[in-house]
Design a binder for this molecule. Structure first.
Ligand SMILES: Cc1cc2nc3c(=O)[nH]c(=O)nc-3n(C[C@H](O)[C@H](O)[C@H](O)COP(=O)(O)OP(=O)(O)OC[C@H]3O[C@@H](n4cnc5c(N)ncnc54)[C@H](O)[C@@H]3O)c2cc1C
Length: 556
C-alpha cells in the first residue's frame, strides 16, 4: 500500500505539466487547442478515440449525416477554411464530415498536441497548488492549471437495459459506437431498436440491405424530409460570396442557423395561408419547418396545426393505415423533442421486407440467443442495431471522476441535476471549463456555433486571467443559483417540457428529470456571456494565489 502511494505520488510529481488540458478532440476540443496555442499557452488534448472528429468518429452507421446544412454545419472562425472547403451535398454524410475534421486537424497542425487512445478517468483539483491532475485509463497522469471539458453533449452512447441482451449470439451494433471496420449487413435479419434521430437515419439504409428489417418502436418521432441533394454550385457560390455576413446573421437567430423564421403567430393567419406555408417548408425540406411561425414552440394550439400537417403527410406516404397511425406521433408537440430530417424514412415502411413492431402494445420482453421477444411474438434475428441514443449533455462528464474543492465530486454535486453558471463553469470546481455544458443552448442550436462561441469565451477568459496573473477563476454559488433559475424559467414558458425527451434526461434510468439546455436562444445567451465578461467576469471569483483564501471567505 505504502509503495503504491509513493508510486502514485511520484508519477504525479513527474506528470507532464501544461497550462491547459483539453478533454475531447471533436469540434470543440480542436478549436480550443487552436485558440489556446494562439494565446501562447501550452496545451494537450486527451481523447478516447484513435482519431479526431468526436461525434463523426463514432457515429459511422449507414445513413449518418448532419441535419443542419453543411454550409452552416462547419467552422466559421477562419475565412480561408470556409472558402477552400467544398461540401459535396446539402447535408454532408458522416465520412465527409470526418474528412473535414481531419482536414482541420492537419491544416492547423493540431495532431502533434493530441494524445489519442487516452480516456480520461479522473480529474482532481489539488487545492494547495491550484492544479488539476488528470489521469487516463492507460495510467498516465497530467497536470494543468486549466482544464477544459470538450467531451460532447452526445458522446456517451446509451445502451438499453434489455433482459438477455448479453446472451444474443448475433452481432450487436450501437449507432453511437459503430465499428470502424466495414460492416456487411447484406441479407441479414435485422432488428433495429429506437426511432429517434439516429434510428430515423439508419432505418432506410438497413432496409436496403436486410433480408428482413424489424423496427422496434416505443415512441414515434416527427420527421421532415431532408431533401438532401448534391451541392448546388450556384448555392455554394452565393454562400461563399457573403459567408462572413451570413455567419454573423446566423448568430442573430435563436438556433444560430441562418434561415427564414416566421414572425407571426400560426393562429394569426388563415388555415389556407398556414397550409401554403407548411407545404412550402415541407417541399424545401429540413428542420427549418418548425420556424414557420413564432409560437410553434410556445403555444399548444399553434403547435398542433403543424403537428397535424405532418401527421397527415405520414398518412399520405405510408400505405398501410394501421402502420401510419403507429408512426404518427401524438404524445408530444412537434419540435419539443429534437426534430428529425430524413431521407425516405416513412416510405421505408411500405417495403415488403420491413415490419414495424409497436413496443407500446407489445412490450419488449427479452433478447435471447437468436432473437427478441416483444409481446408474445418471437422475432428471429441475425443482427441487432441499437439506435437508443445517448446519456445526453451530462453523460460523458459523469463517466469521469471529477473532484473539486474539499473533495466534492461532480457526481455528488449534480445528483439532483446539473448546476452551472452559463453552462461554462460550476462552483466548487475552479479552473474547470465546460464547452456546451448544461445550462447553455448547446443541442438546441447549430452546435458548431454554440461550440465556437463557448470556446472563444473561454479563450478570452484565459487571456484575461493570464494578463492578471490570476491563479483561479470560479463561479460563485449565488451566480450559479441565479442562472439555473433563469434557465428553468426560460424552459417553463415553452413546449419543450411537454415531451419525455433526452433534453430532460428521462431516457436514462435513474437520471434526474431536469430540462438541461438553455432555451433563451443564441443571441440572448451570447449577449449575457459577453456582458458578464465585460463586467469583469461578474459572478465569478478571480484570485491570485495569495488573495485566494480571504476572497473565498468573503464570498462565502
Ligand atoms: C448522429 C449525430 C448527428 C448530429 N448532427 C448534428 C447536426 O446536424 N447539427 C448539429 O448542430 N449537431 C449535430 N449533432 C451534435 C454533435 O454532437 C455536435 O454537432 C458536435 O459534433 C459536438 O462536438 P463536440 O466536440 O462538442 O463533442 P463530440 O463530437 O461528441 O466530441 C467529444 C469527444 O470527447 C471524447 N471524450 C468524451 N469523454 C472522454 C474522456 N473521458 N476521455 C477522453 N475523451 C473523451 C469523445 O470520445 C469525443 O471524441 C449530431 C450528433 C449526432 C450523434
Amino acid at each position: 500500500m505504502q509503495n503504491t502511494d509513493s508510486l502514485e505520488q511520484r508519477s504525479m510529481i513527474e506528470a507532464p505539466s501544461f497550462d491547459v488540458i483539453i478533454v475531447g478532440a471533436g469540434f470543440a476540443g480542436m478549436y480550443m487547442l487552436h485558440l489556446a496555442r494562439e494565446l501562447g499557452l501550452t496545451a494537450t488534448v486527451l481523447e478516447t478515440a484513435p482519431g479526431v472528429g468526436g461525434t463523426w468518429f463514432w457515429n459511422r452507421y449507414p445513413g449518418a449525416r448532419c441535419d443542419v446544412e453543411s454550409m452552416q454545419y462547419s467552422y466559421s472562425f477562419c475565412e480561408e477554411l470556409q472558402q477552400e472547403w467544398h461540401w459535396s451535398e446539402r447535408y454532408a454524410s458522416q465520412p465527409e464530415i470526418l474528412k473535414y475534421a481531419n482536414h482541420v486537424a492537419n491544416r492547423f497542425d493540431l495532431l502533434r498536441d493530441i494524445r489519442f487512445n487516452s480516456r480520461v478517468e479522473s480529474a482532481i483539483f489539488h487545492e494547495g497548488e491550484d492544479v488539476w491532475q488528470v489521469s487516463t485509463d492507460g495510467g498516465e497522469h497530467y497536470r494543468a492549471k486549466w482544464c477544459v471539458m470538450a467531451t460532447g453533449c452526445l458522446s456517451a452512447a446509451q445502451r438499453p437495459n434489455i433482459p438477455g441482451l448479453g446472451t444474443f449470439k448475433g452481432e450487436i451494433y450501437h449507432t453511437g459506437n459503430w465499428p470502424q471496420e466495414p460492416v456487411d449487413l447484406t441479407g441479414r435479419k435485422i432488428g433495429a431498436i429506437g426511432t429517434g434521430s439516429s434510428g430515423i437515419q439508419v432505418v432506410p439504409e438497413l432496409a436496403k440491405l436486410a433480408k428482413h428489417l424489424y423496427v422496434f418502436q416505443r415512441t414515434p418521432n416527427f420527421s421532415i424530409p431532408a431533401r438532401n441533394q448534391p451541392m448546388d454550385s450556384a448555392y455554394e457560390t452565393e454562400w461563399k460570396q457573403s459567408y462572413a455576413q451570413r455567419r454573423t446573421a446566423a448568430r442573430t437567430m435563436p438556433a444560430g442557423i441562418f434561415t427564414d423564421i416566421g414572425t407571426k403567430s400560426a393562429l394569426a393567419v388563415s388555415a389556407d395561408d398556414r397550409l401554403l406555408e407548411y407545404e412550402r417548408r415541407w417541399a424545401a425540406g429540413g428542420t427549418g419547418f418548425t420556424g414557420a411561425y413564432s409560437d410553434l414552440l410556445k403555444d399548444e394550439d399553434a403547435n398542433s396545426t403543424a403537428a397535424e400537417f405532418v401527421r397527415k403527410k405520414i398518412r399520405e406516404v405510408v400505405t398501410d393505415p394501421a402502420v401510419a397511425t403507429l408512426l404518427a406521433p401524438v404524445d408530444h408537440p412537434i419540435g419539443s423533442k429534437r426534430i428529425c430530417a430524413d431521407t425516405n424514412y416513412f416510405s421505408t415502411f411500405n417495403r415488403q421486407n420491413v415490419t414495424l413492431v409497436d413496443l407500446r402494445s407489445n412490450p419488449l420482453q427479452e433478447v435471447s440467443e437468436n432473437g427478441l421477444t416483444a409481446g408474445s411474438q418471437f422475432y428471429e434475428l441475425d443482427t441487432l442495431v441499437l439506435a437508443t441514443g445517448f446519456d445526453a449533455i451530462t453523460g460523458a462528464l459523469s463517466k469521469i471522476d471529477i473532484v473539486g474543492r474539499q473533495a466534492l465530486t461532480l457526481k455528488e454535486k449534480w445528483r439532483d441535476g446539473p448546476n452551472t453558471y452559463l453552462g461554462l463553469m460550476t462552483s466548487g470546481f475552479p479552473n474547470l471549463f465546460i464547452v456546451t455544458g448544461p445550462g447553455s443552448p448547446s443541442v438546441l442550436t447549430n452546435v458548431i456555433v454554440a461550440i465556437e462561441d463557448n470556446v472563444k469565451w473561454i479563450a478570452d477568459c484565459l487571456a484575461h486571467l493570464k494578463t492578471r496573473g490570476a491563479e483561479t477563476i470560479e463561479a460563485t454559488a449565488s451566480a450559479e443559483e441565479g442562472w439555473m433559475e433563469h434557465v428553468g424559467q426560460a424552459a417553463e414558458g415553452t413546449l419543450y417540457t411537454k415531451a419525455k425527451s433526452w433534453y430532460l434526461g428521462v431516457n436514462v434510468p435513474g437520471k434526474p428529470a431536469v430540462f438541461m439546455p438553455y432555451v433563451g436562444g443564441v443571441p440572448t445567451y451570447q449577449k449575457i456571456c459577453e456582458e458578464v465578461a465585460a463586467d469583469g467576469y461578474k459572478g465569478f471569483v478571480i484570485e491570485g494565489r495569495s488573495e485566494s483564501l480571504s476572497a473565498r471567505q468573503a464570498v462565502g
